[in-house]
Design a protein. Structure first.
Length: 328
């Protein structure tokens, strides 16, 4: 289904739970729609699904029991927006688009960002689901452990693992029902190429569960969780934001493409840089998805257990990253 310009529309999003959002976004994108509308639609589906325990409603709270949502959107260096620490609005990427389109600014944070969203007609609502509140109460009640083996096992269980079931939503759900895993954080990062070769991206997250109140990760920060350069490429990240922010992960991936790397080579370079730059802990995971203007998709991850959901005219596919740094 390429058009006279030779561009093939495509949407690629982090984790298998994103396959449903890709499918919802696809008809309009395939018909020549705006790739920014497509990535926002993919985010909307995840944000509204309480089974997705890492984005939107159903996202896990901070240490004080409050859910705060972060998101951003980008078409180009001159067209990007971000909203962080929303406590009353479910669609941070959509609020980020309002920041991009209706203000001279790039980023709004906290209560003022919620008030901005109110002013622009975004519905306000409770963000903490019953399941999220119960998970927080269990976390708060759990006794600390001084046993090194128990602490290692607990930390390993903090790593998100994709069951490969697009309907499952929870990265710590269906594959682990009989294990005492803690819910972990993750993110939808979605990248799309329009039928005219235009690129766009969006990120949306509830961040890291049990985070220190006020903590913001990579996802809503342009150049860290998302970067888009027209004609060059687009990249998005998921996983432990603290491993992504010190290397400007998404920006680095797109810069690698500017220097001639393929999407897979670019994603691999960033993951290898992270592996060299940090002491990797048992609970750490991070993955990058990179898309070229021709619709080529590449992904790389620090560890196994990550999947990317890709929709093209050939259909939907869920694939593991082309490069994984560590086997443990
Ligand atoms: C963050 N990368 O806040 C985001 C979301 C996340 O695993 O936690 N993803 O660090």
């Amino acid at each position: 289904m390429s058009n006279p310009n030779g561009f093939v529309p495509c949407i690629a999003s982090t984790w298998s739970f994103s396959a449903r959002g890709n499918a919802a976004a696809w008809p309009a994108l395939a018909a020549g729609g705006d790739p920014l509308d497509a990535v926002l639609e993919a985010c909307r589906v995840a944000e509204e699904d309480p089974a997705v325990d890492s984005v939107g409603f159903g996202g896990l709270p901070d240490a004080a029991g409050r859910v705060t949502l972060d998101g951003c959107v980008m078409r180009s260096p001159a067209e990007c927006g971000s909203a962080c620490g929303l406590r009353r609005h479910l669609h941070p990427a959509r609020v980020a688009r309002l920041v991009m389109e209706r203000t001279p600014h790039v980023m709004l944070v906290g209560e003022a960002a919620d008030e901005f969203a109110d002013l622009h007609g975004e519905p306000s609502r409770e963000l903490v689901s019953d399941a999220a509140r119960e998970a927080w109460e269990r976390w708060r009640a759990a006794p600390p452990t001084l046993d090194a083996a128990a602490a290692q096992a607990r930390d390993r269980a903090l790593r998100p693992v994709d069951s490969g079931d697009p309907g499952a939503g929870a990265l710590f759900g269906s594959h682990a029902r009989n294990e005492t895993r803690w819910h972990d954080h993750d993110t939808i990062g979605s990248l799309a190429v329009g039928a005219d070769g235009q690129l766009a991206g969006a990120c949306s997250t509830s961040g890291m569960p049990w985070k220190v109140p006020g903590r913001v990760g990579d996802s809503p920060i342009i150049g860290h969780g998302l970067y888009v350069e027209p004609g060059v490429g687009a990249a998005t990240a998921t996983g432990t934001g603290e491993l992504i922010m010190g290397v400007c992960g998404a920006f680095l991936a797109v810069e690698e493409m500017r220097r001639g790397a393929t999407p897979l080579e670019a994603a691999r370079t960033v993951v290898e840089r992270i592996g060299r730059s940090y002491r990797i802990e048992p609970h750490h995971q991070t993955a990058f998805v990179v898309v070229g203007p021709d619709g080529t998709v590449g992904a790389a991850a620090l560890r196994t257990g990550f999947l990317v959901a890709v929709r093209t005219p050939a259909g939907e596919r869920l694939e593991p990253p082309g490069f994984t740094l560590r086997a443990d």
